[in-house]
Design a protein around this ligand. Structure first.
Ligand SMILES: [Zn+2]
Length: 327
C-alpha cells in the first residue's frame, strides 16, 4: 500500500508504504487501510497540518458513486463499503476510487498527460488496464468497469486469460504473460534435443538460445525486463515473444484509439520501464495499424508507482468541491 499526505497542489509532504498482506483475508486488509488512514490523519495533525479529506484507491470493480469496493480478485473484496468505513474512522470526508483510474487522474493532471485534454492511461503490469481521461476526469462506466483494455480479444484461440477466455490482450502482452510465455518456450526448447525450437521447426531458435539459459530457481518465470534484455542481446526466442507482445499491445491500442480518439496515450506499469525497447517498436506497430484515425502520442508515465496514491488525494480534493458531500 502506497500512502501519503498530499497538499492541495499535489505536493507530497509525507509518504509511507505498508504491506497489503492480502493472504490475511479481506477483513484484515480493510483494518490495515483504516489504521493507516487514521494514522496519517494523526500524523498530519501532530505536524501542525489540518487534514481535510481522505482518498482511497483499490483494484477491481469499484462503485465510486456509492463508495463501495464491489469486487477484487486479489484482495477478496465483496461489496465493502470502504468510503463509509474510512469516513467513520477518520472523521473526514472520504472518496473511494479505482487504482488505475486514479493513476490516470494523477498522470493527466500532474504527470505525463499534463496539459493534454484527451488522455488514455494504460497500465501494463501483471495485468493490463486503462483509464480514459477527458479534461482531467476519468470515466468510470455505468458499472465501474470502464477501461478493462486487458480483456479485449486480440488473439482468438490464444493463451487463456485469468478471466477464463482465451486470447485476451493481457494474456499475451502483460508483463507477467511475457515472462511466462518466454519461460515456457525456453524450457521446452532446452528440453528438446537437436535444436528444434519451440515452434517445432528445426533451426527456428538461434545459437544463443535457449540452451545457455539459466532458468530462475523453483520453477519461477523470467520477468518481462529480462525478456526485453535477452531480446536486445540477440536471443531469438526472447525477440519473438517480445515482438508478439508488442504487436498484440499495438492491436489493443489501435482499438482503443478507434474508440477514444485521444491525443496522448500514457503507458505506465512495469512494462513501461523497458523504455525505448518497448516504445520504439510499439510506435511503429501502432503507426502500421492506424488508417484514418490520428496517431496518438505514446509517452511513458512520469509518476511511477505513486501515481495511484496521488490520484486518490486528487479525487478526495475533488469530492470536497461536489455540490453534494461525497461521504
Ligand atoms: Zn480476459
Amino acid at each position: 500500500m502506497k500512502c501519503a499526505l498530499v497538499r492541495q497542489d499535489g505536493a507530497v509532504v509525507h509518504a509511507e508504504r505498508h504491506p497489503t498482506g492480502a493472504e490475511r483475508g479481506p477483513a484484515a486488509v480493510v483494518d490495515t487501510i483504516l489504521d493507516v488512514a487514521e494514522g496519517l490523519a494523526g500524523k498530519a495533525r501532530a505536524d501542525g497540518r489540518t487534514p481535510v479529506a481522505c482518498g482511497i484507491g483499490v483494484p477491481g470493480l469499484v462503485d465510486e458513486t456509492a463508495g463501495v469496493a464491489v469486487w477484487s480478485a486479489n484482495l477478496g473484496f465483496r461489496h465493502v463499503p470502504l468510503r463509509e468505513l474510512a469516513r467513520d474512522r477518520t472523521g473526514l470526508p472520504t472518496a473511494l476510487g479505482h487504482d488505475v483510474r486514479l493513476g490516470g487522474l494523477a498522470e493527466s493532471r500532474l504527470g505525463a498527460g499534463r496539459g493534454v485534454a484527451h488522455v488514455l492511461f494504460v497500465a501494463v503490469g501483471t495485468g493490463i488496464a486503462a483509464a480514459h481521461l477527458v479534461g482531467g476526469s476519468a470515466t468510470a462506466g455505468a458499472h465501474g468497469a470502464a477501461g478493462e483494455l486487458g480483456h479485449i480479444l486480440v488473439r482468438p484461440g490464444g493463451p487463456r486469460c485469468g478471466c477464463g477466455r482465451p486470447g485476451c490482450l493481457e494474456a499475451v502482452a502483460s508483463a507477467s504473460a511475457i515472462g511466462r510465455r518466454y519461460t515456457a518456450l525456453a524450457r521446452s526448447a532446452a528440453l528438446s534435443p537437436g535444436g528444434v525450437g519451440a515452434s517445432g521447426r528445426p533451426g527456428s531458435v538461434g545459437a544463443t538460445t535457449p540452451r545457455t539459459v539459466d532458468f530462475p530457481p523453483g520453477g519461477a518465470a523470467f520477468g518481462a525486463a529480462e525478456v526485453a534484455d535477452r531480446a536486445a542481446a540477440g536471443d531469438e526466442l526472447a525477440g519473438r515473444v517480445w515482438r508478439e507482445a508488442v504487436e498484440a499491445l499495438a492491436d489493443g491500442l489501435a482499438t482503443a484509439q478507434a474508440l477514444f480518439d485521444v491525443e496522448s496515450m500514457v503507458i505506465g506499469g512495469g512494462l513501461a520501464r523497458a523504455g525505448a525497447r518497448l516504445f520504439d517498436p510499439l510506435r511503429s506497430a501502432l503507426r502500421e495499424r492506424i488508417t484514418f484515425h490520428r496517431e496518438p502520442r505514446l509517452v511513458a508515465a512520469a509518476l511511477g508507482d505513486e501515481a495511484g496514491c496521488l490520484g486518490a488525494a486528487l479525487l478526495a480534493f475533488d469530492s470536497l468541491e461536489q455540490p453534494w458531500p461525497c461521504g
